[in-house]
Ligand binder design. Structure first.
Ligand code: CO
Length: 208
C-alpha cells in the first residue's frame, strides 16, 4: 500500500472538517471531554468510533487482542484509571466481536509465542464456563458463546478495579458488555446488568 494516499486522505479530511466548522481544529486542540470509554479488539474490521457513528473527542479508546482487561496489565489499567478518575466518563463499554481471531486461537492449541500468556486469560474464561460451553455441540455456536462470555468476564474485571468500584458508588457510572456482529454490522448489547453480575462476587473483590 502506498502511504502517500493516507496524507492525501488527511488533507481532504481537514478540508471537509473546516468546511463544516472553521473552528473545528481549534476546538479539538482545546481539550477532550469524552463520556465513553471503549475497550475493544485490535481487529482491523472493528473500528471503534466509526461503528458507533462517533467522532474525534467523543470516545476514549483502548484496543488490544481480544478486548481483554487482565488485572495486572498496566496498559489497560492505566486507561481505565485515567478515563474513570480524570475524564469522569459515564460509560465503560467492553466490546467484543464474533469471528475474533484471539478467541479462536485460545480454543486451539497452537504455540503462538508471547501471545500464549495473553490468550491464557481467554482459556481461563473457557475454564470458568466450561460446563456451559461444552454443552454446546455446534462448534461455531460455542465459539460465538465464548466471545460473549469473554466480554462478560472482562466486564467483571472492570468492576474488580478500585477506581471503578469507588466511582460507581459515588456517581452514575455504568459498565456495558457489547458484541459487534461483523456479518451484519450490528452492535449486540449483551444486556449484562453488571452491578447484579458483580454483586454475587463483590465481597471477594471489594476494596475500600
Ligand atoms: Co478480535
Amino acid at each position: 500500500m502506498n502511504l502517500k494516499a493516507i496524507f492525501d486522505n488527511n488533507k481532504a479530511w481537514i478540508k471537509s472538517k473546516l468546511s463544516q466548522d472553521d473552528k473545528y481544529f481549534d476546538k479539538l486542540a482545546a481539550g477532550q471531554n469524552p463520556s465513553i470509554l471503549y475497550i475493544g479488539c485490535s481487529d482491523s474490521r472493528v473500528t471503534a468510533e466509526e461503528l458507533m457513528g462517533m467522532g474525534p473527542g467523543e470516545v476514549f479508546v483502548h484496543r488490544n487482542v481480544a478486548n481483554m482487561v487482565p488485572n495486572a496489565d498496566l496498559n489497560v489499567m492505566s486507561v481505565i484509571e485515567y478515563a474513570v478518575e480524570h475524564l469522569k466518563v459515564d460509560h465503560v463499554i467492553v466490546c467484543g466481536h464474533y469471528e475474533c481471531g484471539g478467541v479462536k486461537a485460545a480454543m486451539q492449541s497452537a504455540d503462538l509465542g508471547v501471545l500464549n500468556p495473553w490468550l491464557r486469560n481467554i482459556r481461563d474464561v473457557y475454564r470458568t464456563h466450561q460446563v456451559e460451553l461444552e454443552a454446546i455441540a455446534d462448534e461455531a455456536k460455542r465459539y460465538r458463546r465464548l466471545v460473549e462470555l469473554n466480554v462478560q468476564e472482562q466486564v467483571i474485571n472492570v468492576h474488580k478495579t478500585e477506581v471503578v468500584q469507588r466511582n460507581s458508588a459515588a456517581r452514575d457510572l455504568t459498565i456495558h458488555g457489547w458484541v459487534f456482529d461483523l456479518a451484519s454490522g450490528g452492535i449486540v448489547d449483551l444486556n449484562l446488568n453488571s452491578k447484579v453480575l458483580f454483586a454475587d462476587i463483590r465481597s471477594l473483590y471489594h476494596i475500600e
